[in-house]
Design a protein around this ligand. Structure first.
Ligand code: PEP
Ligand code: MN
Length: 337
């Protein structure tokens, strides 16, 4: 339910409406717009006598939120959300590129990559310390040691850092290092994990599950928001289809759809979508042209020896070239990079 306050509503009137709603068992989420304040009220609407609220001073109207995701919906919040990570803003006119290796392997490769992606214009360094691998015998990540290396790379370069958490037991640890916590595709519907990162105080990069509909993905975002964390960046990383020529099938249509139904920013991961470095450039350009707010790209100093996802990783020189090509696409769609 959305309670629309009239233009001249006072702070006291807004507080009173919130108080009334919480007495009725609703969770309230006020959104202070430039002209009007609206209050999102989440709860059992059968307990709400609409006349009671409508007759309160300062209330203009009351409208239901039709979508199953409430806090993530554009019905509740019309203005697009900009997720701020220090001085980096995701969702504004400036595109944000995150880049780095799939997995943190050692100090040298991470530092070399960090310096090069920063030179090319990336704002955020990616790197997995906890890796979700299909095989239990594959490299699983350096865990805490990896997080320390990532933090050292941040100190050395000024880049912000994004890294994945796979288990509720590690959320506190990962949050103590990361600027953005990544929820991987395989965990998009790990509801306890979503709730846990909802209380972490850190921005969350929420990847789309390999078989998730856009609605299921936004419901996952809703879990994080309902737990108190509004700072979510969605990430389209390809879904599984019958096509085998690429690792996954990028769903470009998710970008305009998400933009229409949600206020959350959305970025694209062309690396996991393609599974092959040769297609990463084309998918990146397509994503920006389609309206994505940024990209997350795997870059490795020598993909031939990468411990994970080498075939889809760009060399730093190729990444730099792509960043320069993307400037043209960005300006064609009224964005900067
Ligand atoms: C990753 O970013 O390295 C990763 C494992 O991504 P996804 O969860 O999208 O497969
Ligand atoms: Mn990877």
């Amino acid at each position: 339910m959305i309670i629309i306050m009239n233009q001249s509503a006072t702070k006291e009137q807004i507080d009173n409406v919130e108080k009334k709603l919480s007495q009725l068992g609703f969770k309230t989420h006020p959104i202070f717009g430039e002209i009007k304040t609206v209050i999102g009220a989440i709860g059992d609407k059968r307990l709400l006598n609409t006349q009671t609220i409508l007759s309160m001073p300062g209330v203009e109207n009351l409208v239901p939120i039709m979508k199953p995701y409430k806090l993530a919906s554009r019905e509740l919040k019309q203005v697009s959300t900009i997720v701020e990570v220090g001085d980096v803003k995701i969702g504004g006119d400036e595109l944000v590129v995150m880049a780095g290796p799939c997995a943190i392997e050692n100090e040298k490769m991470l530092m070399d990559t960090a310096v090069k992606v920063r030179e090319a214009g990336a704002k955020i360094l990616r790197g997995g310390a906890f890796k979700p691998r299909t095989s239990p015998y594959a490299f699983q990540g350096l865990e805490t040691e990896g997080l320390k290396l990532l933090a050292a790379a941040r100190d050395a370069t000024g880049l912000k850092i994004v890294t994945e958490v796979m288990d509720t037991r590690d959320v506190e640890l990962v949050a103590s290092y990361a600027d953005i916590i990544q929820i991987g595709a395989r965990n998009m519907q790990n509801f306890r994990l979503l709730q846990e990162v909802g209380t972490s105080g850190k921005a969350v990069l929420l990847k789309r599950g390999i078989a998730a509909t856009i609605e299921e993905w936004l419901m996952a975002a809703e879990y994080i928001m309902a737990a108190g964390n509004p700072n979510i960046v969605l990430c389209e990383r390809g879904i599984r289809t019958y096509e085998t020529a690429t690792r996954n099938t990028i769903d470009m249509s998710a970008i305009p759809v998400v933009k229409e139904v949600s206020h959350l920013p959305i970025i694209v991961d062309p690396s996991h979508a393609a599974g092959n470095w040769k297609y990463v450039g084309a998918l990146s350009k397509g994503a920006i042209a389609t309206g994505a707010d940024g990209l997350i790209i795997e870059v490795h100093p020598d993909p031939s020896v990468a411990l994970s996802d080498g075939p889809q990783s760009l060399r730093p020189s190729k990444f730099a070239q792509l960043m320069s090509d993307l400037k043209l696409i960005a300006s064609a769609v009224g964005r900067t990079l």
